[in-house]
Ligand binder design. Structure first.
Ligand SMILES: Nc1ncnc2c1ncn2[C@@H]1O[C@H](COP(=O)(O)OP(=O)(O)OP(=O)(O)O)[C@@H](O)[C@H]1O
Ligand SMILES: [Mg+2]
Length: 347
């Protein structure tokens, strides 16, 4: 029976009933023992008086006890500002059940928050490690060249210019990392306002492809435009979209194979233009595919380093595409090639 008691009111009621019944039995017992005549009205009066007094006392103390404890709990879980007033607790409702639910929800919320903080902490640690690693290499090489120059190399006509040029390359590399990170941070924080206008994606792609002519030739890679639209207007920020194509085409060349290709495909769908940048290069293993867009993530570190990559290119691409309200994905088979695809809204 006690299991079914859910509210303080029910509890007070039942306990007072028990007490008043007990008082009736005790009075009856006393009257019988002393051989008095049993006065039923008196018994009834005792029962009623006992019931009301005990109900009042129990209910009063129970309510005080519960509200003070619950208010403390609410203050802890919701903060002082949201601590409830005494009148908010309804003693004829399952107030303890409600508190139990709130505490459980609070516990779940807190453990989710802790999990998130742990992930952020791990991410922060990894990020700082990567950043330090990325900057260390060029800084040490610049330091090496400058020291050699200071220790007499400056007067040596054979190396002074060469070492300065190499040191300059290191500076360029550091500048690129910082610029890339700056762009990612700006997009992430929403400080970058995209200048989205009607742009012809066909000319944009052709311009970027033209700028890669020499590099593609050097790597013996064919740059192929697999579409025959003369114009397709999409809504985008031209500079940022150019950056997307530069990064994707640059990757397809860097991670392509000699004699291979980079194909750019366009498809005019109803409200969108579907875009693909495909290559038949080294491809990406399944387990690396979902991490590819993370900052500093590189699959083949030695090759990426050889190509001078920092692992920020795809992260920038993803941020830019998402800032346009779209998503980018890839299909890839190791040793066969990779296709990056996304869409843009037509004007
Ligand atoms: N088309 C591709 N084919 C195979 N692997 C690729 C391709 N594009 C990217 N990758 C892999 O994904 C990794 C991350 O690419 P991302 O462009 O972000 O960095 P990166 O090219 O190394 O450096 P950068 O910041 O200079 O672009 C590369 O290091 C490479 O291992
Ligand atoms: Mg890249």
């Amino acid at each position: 029976m006690f299991k079914q008691i859910r509210t303080p009111k029910q509890f007070s009621l039942i306990v007072s009933l028990i007490l008043s019944l007990s008082s009736v039995f005790i009075s009856l017992f006393v009257q019988v023992i002393y051989n008095e005549t049993v006065h039923y009205t008196r018994l009834l009066l005792v029962a009623v008086v006992c019931f009301f007094i005990s109900y009042g006392v129990i209910y009063y103390f129970l309510e005080r006890l519960i509200t003070s404890k619950i208010r403390l709990l609410y203050r802890v879980i919701h903060g002082k500002a949201q601590a409830r007033d005494k009148k908010d607790f309804k003693m004829d409702e399952d107030v303890l059940g409600e508190v139990e639910k709130e505490v459980m929800n609070w516990g779940k919320e807190k453990s989710a928050q802790i999990q998130k903080l742990k992930e952020q902490e791990a991410f922060r640690r990894e990020f700082l490690g990567n950043l330090a690693h990325e900057l260390k290499t060029p800084i040490f090489s610049i330091q090496g060249y400058i020291l050699t120059l200071l220790e007499g190399g400056l007067e040596d006509e054979k190396i002074n210019r060469l070492f300065l040029e190499r040191a300059n390359k290191g500076v360029d590399r550091i500048a690129k990392v910082v610029e890339d990170l700056d762009l990612i941070t700006e997009i992430e924080s929403g400080r970058v306002v995209l200048n989205q206008k009607a742009n012809d994606i066909v000319t944009l792609i052709k311009d970027v492809v033209d700028s890669f002519e020499i590099k593609a030739k050097k790597h013996e890679i064919d740059l192929i435009l697999e579409f025959d639209y003369s114009e397709l207007l999409v809504k985008c920020d031209r500079d940022k979209m150019e950056q997307v194509f530069i990064n994707l085409i640059n990757n397809s060349i860097n991670y392509g194979v000699k004699g291979g290709y980079t194909k750019i495909r366009l498809l005019d769908a109803e409200e969108h233009v579907m875009i693909e940048v495909a290559d038949n290069g080294i491809g990406v293993a399944k387990e690396d595919q979902e991490r590819l867009f993370e900052r500093f993530y590189r699959v083949d570190k030695s090759r990426a380093r050889h190509e001078g990559g920092t692992g920020l290119g795809l992260s920038i691409v993803k941020h830019i595409i998402e800032a346009h309200g779209q998503t980018i994905s890839l299909r890839s088979t190791e040793g066969k090639g990779t296709v990056f695809y996304f869409s843009l809204k037509k004007v």
